[in-house]
Design a protein around this ligand. Structure first.
Ligand SMILES: [Zn+2]
Ligand SMILES: [Zn+2]
Length: 393
């Protein structure tokens, strides 16, 4: 029972076990390689798909970081390779109808596998398209920037709205620490911010169990706790791009990914802090400006959600508050890892901030501390108070 907890991360693929939560879990990812030089494992991972064509997808940055090497390795090993480059210049690629449609256009009838070379958007887009077209995909991580490498959900945009439809799990994951070392600073900060968000995600999960009767898997909670420990223990070295700290961060993000994959929901990794982040992101997209990186926003939102826990302390079910440290502690943690920790630092206006506290719970139907505050009739009061605390009266 719960034997996945005894495995190291690269041993976890294709594990099935009966869990103490009453479910039988199946981690169906076929292969993972997180280590120095891991990209060398790509041809071996792609071997079962040799009969068809392999579509390798990247943007100009990820081409330099790993795409070129991935293509050369596959070609050198006799694979039939087709390349798709998203040349976005300085703009951030948005996973919208245009991007998704472009990938589908490049999928030929004899394509047997896609390889996503990238972190956020490239991964989400390839994940979504292959889930609909019925192909497997392998992701080559280029930055420890988020935990979506192993989630089966694909956050995408539809008609200007951020939605998170169920897609599918990757066939394989390559996390090469030599490649991660080339990641831009803001993507490292983003990955760290996304990990900090697990603090309130786990608190929200406990609240949802106690106040809303939600299901919880303690094995997944333990995996997420282990992920936080691995990451936070070495986060002081992240701003200096220490290779071990970067590897630890990717391991933390991947462990949370395993937890999500086991329960087929993002609950172990995502609570109200993600709702605020998605709300801010939708606003940017609506205004036609580049959104901040997902994890940067999640990090900034986490101490804000901790303030909700502080305000609600007297109303919370017993024991819930123990899961959420004081907001000052979370802000200090973000600073240790070199990430922004206040909404003003990432240009969230007072109006948008206040609105997101009031309406964030509508972003997705998931019980969180925002819903709890709403149900108790104190959402508006707390939103006003926190906004005043952060932006002045
Ligand atoms: Zn996230
Ligand atoms: Zn379980």
């Amino acid at each position: 029972m719960n034997e996945i907890l005894n495995l190291n991360i690269n041993e976890m693929p294709q594990t099935q076990f009966d869990c103490s939560c009453g479910c039988r879990h199946n981690f169906s990812v076929h292969e993972m390689s997180i280590r120095k030089g891991a990209i060398q494992d790509l041809p071996g991972m792609a071997e079962p798909f040799r009969d068809g064509k392999i579509l390798v997808v990247f943007d100009s940055n990820t081409y330099q970081a790993a795409g070129k090497q991935a293509v050369e390795l596959l070609k050198g090993n006799g694979f039939n390779v087709k390349e798709l480059l998203f040349d976005t210049g300085d703009d951030i690629l948005i996973p919208d109808e245009k991007t998704l449609g472009r990938i589908l256009e490049e999928q030929d009838l004899d394509t047997s596998l896609m390889v996503a070379v990238g972190s956020g958007v490239i991964n989400d887009s390839v994940k979504f398209v292959t889930s609909r077209s019925g192909l497997p995909y392998i992701v080559v991580a280029t930055a420890p920037s988020m935990d979506g490498y192993l989630s089966d959900g694909a956050p995408i945009f539809s008609q200007g709205h951020k939605i998170s439809p169920v897609a599918h799990l990757t066939y394989g994951l390559i996390g090469d620490t030599d490649i991660l070392e080339t990641a831009p600073d803001d993507l490292i900060r983003a990955g760290f911010g996304d990990m900090v968000g697990k603090i309130t995600a786990i608190a929200d999960w406990d609240l949802a169990v106690k106040a809303n009767g939600d299901y919880r898997c303690d094995t997944c909670v333990e995996l997420t706790n282990r992920a936080m420990k691995v990451t936070f223990d070495s986060c002081d070295q992240l701003p200096a791009r220490d290779p071990k700290a970067l590897g630890d961060l990717l391991e933390g993000l991947t462990l949370t990914g395993v937890a999500m994959a086991l329960v087929n929901i993002s609950r172990p990794a995502s609570g109200a802090e993600h709702m605020l982040s998605h709300f801010w992101e939708m606003d940017s997209v609506e205004r036609g400006v580049n959104p901040n990186h997902h994890g940067i926003q999640v990090g900034v939102a986490t101490p804000v959600i901790a303030r909700f826990y502080e305000e609600l302390e007297d109303l919370l079910p017993e024991g819930v508050k123990d899961f959420c440290p004081p907001h000052e502690e979370i802000e200090a943690l973000l600073q240790r890892g070199g990430a922004p920790y206040r909404p003003q630092q990432i240009n969230i206006s007072r109006e948008l901030f206040h609105e997101s506290l009031l309406k964030g719970y509508k972003v997705r139907p998931r019980y969180s501390v925002l819903q709890f505050a709403k149900d108790k009739g104190v959402l508006e009061t707390i939103a006003g108070k926190i906004t005043a605390e952060l932006y002045g009266e």
